[in-house]
Design a protein around this ligand. Structure first.
Ligand code: PXL
Length: 280
């Protein structure tokens, strides 16, 4: 069985980061190893959340894994809380990375043209450095702009996005995939480049007009869960984009419409069927 180490916070209530990665990756038939960077009472879209930082635990935990000879087929990082945690993630990549370990980075820090409250430009620069060590990065448009000193534009065209992909590639990542990108009205999708083969990865599906917290984490977890099992880039991102859209669709139908997260629990059987068709 393949295994993935995922490094991100655990928000006890609110459905994001590890409370998505753990059930989703496991449901896809991949062992999920977690390295929690912090424990929060809820995610940061709630008011008055508590945080217990776990930075000082990361090296002791990974040193123990090293002494046990533990290895990973992939390492997936999401929301990291501080500059120091980015430095530690780099060290973990150096210690556990290699040809047989895919490094997948979702540089969670911003959306809709703005950095999340906890982050600043210095953090964005450090995240750009981290992305340079990745096999695959999946920033959204805002994160890509902050990491490449590019002006954020909502009225983008293909030339602007192609240039952004080149700038992301220059950071050093091998496959750069922009999320939330589409060139036609009512659509959303992925637009990416495999810098080794020159292949373009393009997929658009229907955009549902609802924004929920944690959908980026859902998309990344499905993508890495598929890729680690040998699914092609195009099929993996198509599965992730379609599954995320289906889950948003189900959440919108829920009369309680939980604003803090999506009802992925309802759609897990569809994900299991979807990955089953791609991995024999
Ligand atoms: O979904 C990304 C994420 C993860 N973890 C925490 C967050 C966020 C986004 O805001 O606040 C704690």
């Amino acid at each position: 069985m393949k295994n993935i180490l995922t490094i991100q916070d655990i928000s006890c209530f609110g459905k994001c980061s590890l409370t998505i990665a753990l059930p989703i990756i496991s449901a896809m038939g991949v062992e999920t190893v977690i390295l929690p960077t912090a424990v929060l009472s809820t995610h940061t879209m709630f008011k008055n959340f508590t945080v217990k930082d776990l930075t000082d635990q990361l090296i002791p935990i990974t040193d123990h894994w090293k002494s046990e000879g533990i290895r990973f087929d992939a390492i997936y990082t999401g929301y990291l809380g501080s500059a120091e945690e980015i430095e530690i993630a780099k060290r973990i990549f150096d210690e556990f990375g290699g040809d047989d370990t895919m490094i997948f980075i979702d540089p969670v820090m911003a959306d809709n043209g703005k950095l999340y409250p906890a982050f600043d430009m210095e953090y964005a620069k450090l995240n750009a450095g981290l992305c340079g060590k990745a096999d695959i990065i999946v920033p959204n448009l805002t994160e890509a702009c902050f990491m490449t000193d590019t002006e954020y534009r909502e009225d983008y065209d293909r030339a602007y996005i192609d240039e952004l992909l080149e700038k992301l590639a220059a950071l050093g990542a091998k496959k750069v995939i922009l999320t939330g990108i589409a060139f036609s009205e009512g659509k959303t999708g992925v637009y990416g480049l495999d810098t080794v083969t020159g292949e373009k990865i393009v997929y658009e599906n229907n955009r549902i007009d609802a924004a929920y917290h944690g959908t980026g984490d859902l998309f990344s977890s499905v993508s890495v869960g598929a890729l680690v099992q040998g699914v092609s880039l195009t099929d993996a991102f198509k599965l992730a984009a379609d599954y995320t859209a289906r889950t948003i669709e189900e959440t919108v139908k829920n009369p309680d419409k939980p604003w803090y997260g999506v009802d992925f629990e309802t759609t897990i059987p569809e994900l299991v069927a979807g990955i089953g068709k791609l991995v024999k």
